[in-house]
Design a protein around this ligand. Structure first.
Ligand code: ADP
Length: 327
């Protein structure tokens, strides 16, 4: 198993004219970590990834891989490789030649090139399609070729820009499992940009939540989900209610709210929406102060005493489920 190096972002800043796309990021990523960079459109994820890859210049600060500053090196000499959203395969080349391309450019001898290509195609389970052209492959297969092509350079860090967004929902979940398996097998760092919180929670060893050009919170996915530090993180990850009491704001997970039929708890709220989701039922409620609450109940709990739109329910939670938010 190969291992990746430490990747350090040091006062990393990106400006485009007057726009600050990335503001003073300081973060250390341990070798062999699956990192998801998560945040809404425009928060600076792709700019961060492109600076690491060398496809975008660094305005201020540095990127260190194994303590060496790589921020001025050309992309091919950084020890990183990028897999693009569009896969960017050469349409006129076979799968084999697409994967071999960068080795050919480097002047690697044919026999060695073929051996490495075969190994990579095996790894992504595409050996039997080696002679096909990209337009003779499905979206998922094209993605595997793009992965093999990025991995052939033996990067310490693989950068993936929204790698699953072009796939249908079924394939997306399958490829998600494959990315995770590959990362584990290779033991290198993956940095995967996504705006999907479920994707980030499913894949990441470390989630880095970005907002407005800065890191809002970073950590183990369970820790970030269970203890969001700010209102933004609680809302963006979803599955939480942000509740204000005076100057205090706190988050309570939607599945930790308890409803008592008929009211009579801390406060009452009116049911204004009910969505059946299979294993769970999602309810929307309005408080007398016109706050909206979301509540997730296991289907059995809901259907043992169903509520209807317009019903009043008492809302309660345990003190240990309250997370006070900074800001
Ligand atoms: P994300 O990947 O999170 O959607 P980006 O890194 O693409 O965010 O963009 C961050 C900010 O930088 C946005 O305000 C975007 O409009 C701006 N931006 C990105 N690329 C360029 C560019 N080439 N020129 C000018 N502004 C850009």
């Amino acid at each position: 198993m190969r291992t990746g190096g430490d990747l350090e972002l040091f006062h990393l800043t990106k400006r485009y004219g007057d726009t600050v796309a990335v503001r003073d990021l300081n973060h250390l990523i341990a070798p062999g970590t699956y990192v998801c960079l998560l945040g809404p459109s425009g928060c600076g994820k792709s700019s961060t990834l492109r600076m690491i890859a060398g496809h975008e210049s660094v305005s201020e600060g540095a990127i260190l891989l194994d303590k060496a500053d790589i921020s001025k090196l050309p992309p091919a000499r950084r020890g990183t490789a990028m897999m693009f959203q569009s896969y960017a395969l050469f349409p006129h080349l076979s799968v084999r030649d697409n994967v071999a391309f960068s080795l050919k450019m480097k002047g690697v001898a044919k026999a060695e090139r073929h051996a490495r290509v075969d190994e990579l195609l095996e790894l992504v389970d595409m050996s039997r399609y080696a002679a096909r052209r990209p337009d003779q492959l499905s979206g998922g297969q094209q993605q595997r070729v793009a992965l093999a092509r990025a991995l052939i350079t033996q990067p310490k860090v693989l950068l993936l820009d929204e790698p699953l967004s072009a796939l249908d929902p079924f394939l997306r979940i399958r490829m998600r499992a494959e990315l995770k398996r590959l990362q584990r097998e290779l033991g290198i760092t993956f940095i995967h940009v996504t705006h999907g919180q479920d994707e980030a929670l499913a894949l990441a060893d470390e989630v880095i939540v970005m907002n407005n050009a800065v890191i809002e919170q970073a950590g183990d996915p369970r820790e970030v989900f269970n203890s969001p530090r700010t209102e933004f993180v609680a809302r963006f990850l979803g599955g939480h209610n942000v509740i204000r009491r005076g100057a205090r704001a706190f988050a309570v997970r939607s599945d930790r709210i308890v409803l008592r039929r008929g009211g009579g708890t801390e406060f009452d709220a009116a049911v204004c929406g009910i969505e059946y989701q299979g294993a769970t039922v999602h309810l929307a409620l309005k408080t007398p102060a016109d706050e909206e609450l979301s509540v997730v109940l296991p289907d059995r709990d809901f259907f043992s005493q169903p509520l209807e739109i317009g019903d009043t329910a008492g809302v309660a939670w345990a003190e240990e489920d309250v997370h006070v938010l900074a800001n």
